[in-house]
Design a protein around this ligand. Structure first.
Ligand code: BGC
Length: 279
């Protein structure tokens, strides 16, 4: 997928995040990839985390390095505590510190409730919720250790959780996924409340339907896309760059007073579009 599709050239200010170090989990494809590239365009050094698909991750890192910033691909399964701890240690050793965590890695294992196995339930909770918790915990330790560096940013660190419109929209056939994102919402708000006094900002981005591999079936054919657009008042399916732009803005000092907020980036999907002609 070309992560720059639909993005006006030069839309990201090149020095907005200059001197900051960012980690994006699940950054070898989809939203994570576009976000890692966006942060690099904004001048941040970027660690591109992946769990499978080393080549794709290294290509993303090479593209980011071509902007004149540092980038490297790190393998780690975010649901495994030892791997997350090792990844953060390595980042601090090799990049000096971390200023921005984008806890993005996520997956779906869809099934109707009576067909859903415990393994499907557990896998989604482990990656989407526990994975974000582990990464946030380790990042928070480093933010606390280092504190605010005024030349770099007004805050001691930023955590951006990748949520979904399904943190508030129930989703039949996806109880594991919707529950994980509902959990992300409360985890984000609780961490934001707990860490704000230390000048650590925790927020979330909640994408709607974005063209990525996770939901290919929902937008790939004209018929599927027509169905999907019924749910999107703005009448277009989102691009990964729509999310990247929101993350870059939230991570920057332009948004320094934004704490504990979910930014919905969904073309109006959360506006109950069914009620536009009914109710
Ligand atoms: C899901 C996609 C879905 C979108 C809108 C996302 O969180 O991962 O599969 O298309 O929400 O329903």
């Amino acid at each position: 997928m070309d992560s720059t599709v639909g993005a006006p050239q030069g839309v990201i200010p090149a020095r907005l995040l200059h001197g900051q170090k960012a980690l994006v989990t699940g950054a070898n494809s989809g939203i994570g990839k576009a976000t890692a590239i966006g942060l690099g365009r904004a001048g941040a050094d970027v660690v591109v985390n992946y769990v499978a698909g080393r080549e794709a991750a290294e290509e993303v890192a090479a593209e980011i390095a071509s902007f004149g910033v540092r980038s490297a691909a790190y393998e780690a399964d975010v649901s495994q505590e030892d791997q997350v701890v090792a990844m953060m240690d390595r980042m601090v050793r090799e990049f000096g510190t971390i200023d921005i965590l984008v806890a993005n890695a996520g997956l779906q294992r869809d099934a109707s409730v009576t067909e859903m196995t415990l393994a499907q339930w557990q896998k989604v909770i482990d990656v989407n919720l526990t994975g974000q918790f582990l990464c946030a915990r380790e990042a928070a330790k480093e933010f606390r250790r280092r504190g605010v560096v005024p030349d770099v940013s007004r805050s001691a660190g930023k955590i951006i959780c990748m949520s979904s419109v399904h943190q508030i929209i129930p989703w039949a056939g996806h109880v594991n996924y919707a529950s994980s994102k509902g959990g992300v919402q409360m985890m984000m708000q609780t961490l934001a409340q707990e860490l704000a006094p230390e000048k650590i900002r925790v927020n979330a981005v909640a994408p709607g339907a974005i063209k990525t591999p996770i939901n290919r079936a929902a937008w790939e054919t004209p018929e599927a896309q027509k169905d999907l657009l019924r749910l999107i008042p703005y009448d277009r399916v989102g691009d990964p760059d729509d999310i990247a732009h929101a993350v870059v803005a939230l991570a920057s000092d332009l948004m320094d007073y934004v704490v504990g907020t979910t930014l919905y980036v969904d073309g109006g999907m959360t506006l109950f579009p069914g009620f536009a002609t009914g109710g």
